[in-house]
Ligand binder design. Structure first.
Ligand SMILES: Cc1ncc(COP(=O)(O)O)c(C=O)c1O
Length: 360
């Protein structure tokens, strides 16, 4: 349901905590997580490790921090990290892999996936001039590719190549439970080809913050010291973990509702003549769309007009807008968003002067 009358499709990170999260925060047993004795954090970490099929897990403030701690833990300075060119780590984490003193090496991909033969061709060992490959990063679901699920056969092929070369894989699974909901494949199986996996509590699962880094016990023990170096040690973090426990217990099942609404939104938008959309890419909770050639409106116009009507969306690239469904978006919000965009573009198609004042 719209929060304070605003239908906010900008991201699945805009959700407010549920009543049960607030209640859990108030009653959670707390300790000092930096000293290793916050029981609520320990409980969440164990739940996360079990769900992802790994030995151990560590709570971090954000997905970015968990990804960066993973890179730092897997790699030695001077190595390189291979990833597909539209990967989140490469494009939206402020180049922070530089703090691990590694270089990132993008590979051109299709729909967020790199070709196994391309990966194989680029793996290399340090030879006194070239850096050696220290890590391969994958992302599932893949945000910039439209929230799509990585094809399982290709992930297995990529992990086979990595395994044979002795190079670890880190999976950015910020939305791995969306991939689980849409594919029917349990998150632990999706994570199995990876040595480490990160997932976010603060996206579709509805928590105010928090991400879990999961891996072998040795890996997580080592990762704890890098989290500390980054200033990520927390104290009574059980108040965050309490929300996370509620999210894992109550909010995984409902992700398929978001996917149905995203599909409805995508289908509604696809019926608007000026809109360019590939509905086959709406696999989870994200909808990306652009404008057909010849349309006199701009994406900026659409975003701005919708904002005036209490529908928020984000321009993702020069050629696309992204809308994301989440627990605070209901059927009415979807209907309203389609209507607002349709009405605005109708004026563009009729060749009338576009103005942000139209029907305000
Ligand atoms: C795929 C992916 N990975 C990582 C992150 C980073 O998460 P955070 O915003 O918690 O740092 C995001 C954030 O949107 C994301 O979409």
């Amino acid at each position: 349901m719209a929060y304070q009358g605003v239908s906010d499709f900008r991201s699945d990170t805009v959700t407010r905590p549920t009543r049960s999260m607030y209640e859990a925060m108030m009653t959670a047993p707390l300790g000092d997580d930096s000293l290793g004795d916050d029981p609520t954090v320990s409980k969440l970490e164990q739940m996360a490790a079990d769900l992802l099929g790994k030995e151990a897990a560590m709570l971090c403030i954000s997905g970015t921090m968990a990804n960066q701690v993973a890179i730092r833990t897997h790699c030695r300075p001077g190595q390189e990290v291979i990833l597909e060119e539209s990967n989140h780590i490469l494009n939206y984490e402020m180049g922070s892999a530089a703090f691990a003193m590694v270089q990132t090496r993008p590979i051109v991909g299709t729909n967020g996936v790199m070709e196994p033969c391309e990966l194989e061709r680029r793996l290399r060992s340090a030879d006194g001039h070239s850096p050696g490959t220290g890590l391969i990063c994958l992302e599932n679901t893949h945000n910039a590719a439209g929230g799509v699920i990585l094809p399982r056969d290709i992930v297995l092929e990529l992990s086979g190549i990595a395994r044979r070369a002795g190079i670890p894989i880190h999976l950015d699974g910020a939305r791995i439970f969306n991939a689980q909901a849409a594919s029917g494949i349990p998150a632990r199986e999706l994570a199995a080809p990876a040595d480490s996996v990160m997932f976010c509590l603060s996206k579709g699962l509805g928590c105010p913050l928090g991400s879990l880094l999961c891996g072998s016990r040795d890996f997580i023990d080592k990762a704890r010291s890098f989290r500390q170096v980054m200033g990520g040690g927390m104290r009574q973090a059980g108040i965050i973990a309490a929300c996370g426990i509620v999210a894992l217990e109550e909010n995984i099942e409902r992700l398929s509702e978001d996917h149905k609404r995203a599909r409805r939104l995508g289908e509604g938008l696809s019926r608007i003549p000026a809109i360019e959309i590939d509905i086959s890419r709406v696999e989870t909770n994200m909808v990306y769309f652009g404008l057909k050639d010849g349309c006199t409106a701009t994406l900026e116009d659409i975003v701005e007009n919708a904002r005036h009507r209490d529908v928020l969306m984000a321009q993702a690239t020069k050629l696309s807008i992204r809308m994301v469904c989440h627990k605070d978006i209901d059927d009415n919000d979807v209907g309203k968003a389609i209507h607002v965009i349709q009405e605005f573009l109708k004026h563009a198609e009729n060749g009338r002067t576009l103005s942000l004042q139209i029907e305000l």
